[in-house]
Design a protein around this ligand. Structure first.
Ligand code: ATP
Length: 318
């Protein structure tokens, strides 16, 4: 299988042991390893694909634990660096009773933000058939320069570039800055996936329709996806557009559904980029990706809930 390299942050979310409390009220927290690019790499490996994660962790107990999770899941950690000084990133996250998500990040700075261009494993990145990334690695230097260099090296090596902005507004200095920086690398990507919330944020429109989605189109883009949670997804290419329904499941925690969806998509197109231009085949792939997203919502946490190929077949054949 062609190698999928996912670039960016891997961190630990601390989530309350009980639901519906504020961070201040939480009686205790459980570790939930994550970081969208790391989730995508693990999603790929769990489905049987070949994946590597590139990023930086703290040279501490948590960093070693996260590297161990990559390896246990069959993800190459050859592109992982460890920072001697800075800690592994942590985030305390809760879904309060009023439905609002509350975040508190420990990134002052955390190891992921300190990855430098010189530390990149260029050989690994150059061998990627797909190079995937988000936008959190664009927030500060030197990680931003490392991100831009890695994209360039991957593209030169012939990789398909896949971008899921994964907006985390509280990490940015301002909303304007977030929008500007997220869009600064927009026209480099071959495949872009946004959620409904990101579509609204990036377009400034409160409509989730073809017109607003297509306002994000760029001439070099091959595939634009808008994921809509329990409403499935919409797809746009140069020649056709359409939608795929979600699978009906009992969702308990939607964390990682988008990453699972992306991992599945990349796994299916890595060895045959032409699928993107063939609507019936692309639709099959997106059904598979929606099934992966759906399964991921049925268990707590992102990584423990990522499906194997056989889990997906079970849902598809049900
Ligand atoms: P996240 O940021 O939480 O990882 P996202 O917002 O990027 O997720 P979603 O739209 O929530 O992405 O989910 C991706 C896909 O997973 C959807 O297109 C859908 O197919 C599936 N999915 C998500 N939530 C549900 C749900 N409640 N029921 C069924 N399928 C779902």
């Amino acid at each position: 299988n062609g190698l999928i390299v996912s670039f960016g942050e891997m961190l630990i979310d601390f989530v309350p042991t009980v639901s519906g409390v504020s961070l201040a009220e939480a009686p205790g927290f459980l570790k939930a390893p994550g970081g969208a690019p790391a989730n995508v790499a693990i999603a790929v490996a769990r489905l049987g694909g070949s994946a590597a994660f590139v990023g930086k962790l703290g040279d501490d107990e948590f960093g070693l634990m996260l590297a161990g999770i990559l390896k246990e899941n069959g993800v190459s950690a050859d592109g992982v660096n460890f920072d001697k000084g800075a800690r592994t990133a942590l985030a305390f996250v809760t879904l309060r009773a009023d439905g609002e998500r509350e975040f508190m990040f420990y990134r002052n700075p955390s190891a992921d933000m300190l990855l430098t261009p010189d530390e990149l494993n260029l050989q690994l990145i150059r061998s990627a058939k797909v190079f995937h990334y988000g936008s959190i690695s664009l927030i500060v230097e030197p990680c931003r320069s490392a991100h831009l260099k890695a994209m360039e090296v991957a593209k030169d090596g012939g990789a398909l570039l896949s971008y899921d902005p994964n907006l985390r507004l509280p990490l940015w200095a301002s909303a304007e800055e977030a929008r500007e920086q997220i869009m600064s690398i927009w026209d480099k990507a071959d495949v872009i996936k946004v959620s409904d919330v990101e579509l609204e944020f990036l377009t400034g429109s409160d409509k989730i329709d073809d017109e607003s989605a297509l306002s994000l189109w760029h001439p070099n883009l091959k595939l634009l996806l808008v994921t809509l949670g329990e409403k499935g997804c919409r797809y746009y290419t140069k020649n056709f557009r359409g939608s795929v329904d979600a699978y009906h499941v009992k969702a308990v925690d939607t964390t990682g559904a988008g990453d699972s969806f992306v991992g599945a998509l990349l796994c299916k197109i890595v060895d045959d980029h032409a699928i993107i231009e063939d609507e019936p085949r692309l639709k099959e792939v997106l059904k598979y990706a929606c099934a992966c997203g759906a399964i991921t919502t049925t268990k707590k946490g992102a990584i423990p809930a990522l499906p194997t190929h056989s889990d997906v077949l079970t849902l598809l054949n049900a």
